[in-house]
Design a protein around this ligand. Structure first.
Ligand code: NAD
Ligand code: UFG
Length: 346
């Protein structure tokens, strides 16, 4: 039995492969490397001491997907493959709907036809829109997403919900990530964005390593204690562990399956604690003894002031809780960046 991991060469996928190996799972990876590097797979092999069965290709290639499912004894799919740059999705919405929605539908169809009906989906806190109160629980209604990327996540969630209603064997876990940061503590795998980073932590690490001059802090006029935005940052290894726990929750164990609930289960994956942009910069400087020069600029359009979750459902139902604090997130992010200043290209 093996888990099919789509997008397994990416940032969250690679970290999850390491945790899957640790927990004793076998897996097969499909990735088209549109936003990742083959070296990432080699590094996972180095960390786990095992070679990875890798298929290079697109999840929308039904023939290839069918071949993978026929050649391997797959019993569940972890679906990470997707495009994720919010700004790019505003400029190229069709590219996002095609890849993240149409590609995922094609993939799902082949999975179901081959009897694979257990799926763990990488969703996002962005599906909540802009709730009026915090912390966000899974009971909050979905909100108006501010960009096409967010809409692709919300749409594919709905597709999984409707598919599950029509087929009593379907089981989908929708994992709504808050803000994944950090890297594996070995410093061998980490986040390797193309070009100018969109996200805060890789921008901070690139300023610290001297690749960029200064961090732009987007807005100091939010209604928050230090007037900068607040997010729920979660260590990527904790996030990866959440995926392993989700597999167990739906009865998929390393050596077989046990009866478990079917249908759709939704979990927030975050720490439950908000940290402001300025607090994160300070924590990074203190944890690593480096300076991160910054300047305040205008708010970034579409940003919400505050987002953090109530993560107690995942703890109650899956026994999962984020263990790593902000200092550890900062230390591991820096360890990755300073040892790999050019990411996987170095
Ligand atoms: P990533 O870009 O590092 O990894 C995604 C991987 O999927 C890449 O290796 C890419 O090459 C591959 N891929 C993309 N489209 C593909 C396709 N059509 N066929 C085959 N492979 C394809 O991103 P990540 O940060 O690891 O995110 C993983 C998932 O989690 C994504 O679906 C993303 O939208 C979601 N997510 C990420 C964040 C975050 O902040 N990183 C937050 C919420 C949700
Ligand atoms: N920020 C800066 N400067 C930067 C980058 C970000 O000040 O250079 C600020 C943002 O304004 C925001 C915070 O840092 O207040 C976090 O921004 P990120 O871009 O790191 O993360 P977001 O919360 O905007 O978005 C992330 C993912 C999305 C996902 C969303 C869900 O990138 O994929 O979380 O909440 F949809």
């Amino acid at each position: 039995m093996a888990i099919l991991v789509t997008g397994g060469a990416g940032y969250i996928g690679t970290h999850t492969l390491v945790e899957l190996s640790k927990a004793g799972y076998e897996y097969v990876v499909i990735d088209n490397f549109c936003n990742s590097d083959k070296k990432a797979i080699e590094r996972v092999e180095e960390l786990t001491g095992k070679s990875i069965k890798l298929y290079e290709g697109d999840i929308a290639d039904c023939e290839l997907m069918d071949k993978i499912l026929k050649e391997n004894n797959i019993n569940a799919c972890m679906h990470f493959a997707g495009l994720k740059a919010v700004g790019e999705s505003v400029e190229k919405p069709l590219m996002y709907f095609k890849n993240n929605v149409i590609g995922s539908i094609k993939m799902l169809d082949v999975l179901i036809k081959n009897g694979v009906k257990k799926i763990i989906f990488s969703s996002s806190a962005t599906v909540y829109g802009e709730p009026e109160t915090m912390p966000i629980t899974e009971g909050f209604p979905k909100g108006e997403t501010t960009n096409p990327y967010g809409r692709t996540k919300s749409i594919f969630e709905d597709i999984l919900i409707d598919t599950s209603k029509a087929d009593s064997e379907m089981t989908a876990v929708l994992l709504r990530y808050f803000n994944p940061v950090g890297a594996h503590e070995s410093g061998r795998i980490g986040e390797d964005p193309e070009g100018i980073p969109n996200n805060l932590m890789p921008y901070i690490t690139q300023v610290a390593v001297g690749k960029r001059d200064i961090l732009h802090v987007f807005g100091d006029d939010y209604d928050t204690p230090d007037c900068s935005g607040i997010r729920d940052f979660i260590h990527v290894t904790d996030l990866a562990d959440g995926h392993v726990k989700a597999l167990k929750k739906i009865g998929v164990l390393p050596d077989g399956e046990v009866p478990a609930d079917t249908g759709v289960i939704i979990y927030n994956l975050g720490t439950g604690k908000g940290t402001s942009v300025l607090e994160l910069v300070k924590a990074f400087e203190e944890a690593n003894g480096v300076k991160v020069p910054y300047e305040i600029t205008d708010r970034r359009p579409g940003d919400v002031a505050v987002m953090y979750c109530d993560a107690s459902k995942a703890e109650k139902e899956m026994g999962w809780k984020a263990e790593r604090n902000i200092e550890k997130m900062c230390a591991d992010a820096w360890n990755w960046q300073k040892n790999n200043p050019e990411g996987y290209k170095g």
